[in-house]
Design a protein. Structure first.
Length: 132
């Protein structure tokens, strides 16, 4: 091929590329978030923090479990106290069960308050109180 034919082919190829770039709408690739959203199942939280997020759901579940366990242990300690029959060691053990259940409940709520304070200080938002 001579140089003149090569120049014509080059002009035609450049013109075809220019027309295809100008006339064809751009195709956008999916973002990483779109892939993560597609992989997440129905009903799974989309956020890590905030209302309905994974952390707040986990914290609410743990608070519920600790509260339920504390109530059960207080009832168990009360039952032990009632059936102690005046035995001083059994009465002391029952009182200790009730006392430790209450202390555990108070410590768990203080831990929740500390986590709320630290989250608010670091991120400007807290886990947030949500209903269980």
């Amino acid at each position: 091929m001579n140089h003149k034919a090569l120049a014509y082919i080059s002009v035609i190829v450049v013109a075809a590329l220019a027309v295809s770039v100008l006339l064809v709408p751009p195709v956008h690739a999916l973002a990483i978030a779109d892939g993560a959203n597609a992989a997440r199942g129905d009903g799974q939280p989309a956020l890590l923090f905030g209302a309905g997020g994974l952390v707040s759901t986990l914290v609410n579940f743990l608070l519920f479990a600790i509260g339920a366990l504390s109530v059960i242990m207080i009832m168990f300690g009360g039952l032990r106290y009632v059936i102690s029959g005046g035995n001083s060691s059994a009465v002391t053990a029952a009182k200790n069960t009730i006392l430790y259940a209450i202390i555990g409940l108070v410590v768990s709520f203080f831990a929740y308050a500390i986590v709320q304070f630290i989250m608010a200080a670091l991120t400007g938002s807290s886990i947030g109180p949500t209903n269980v």
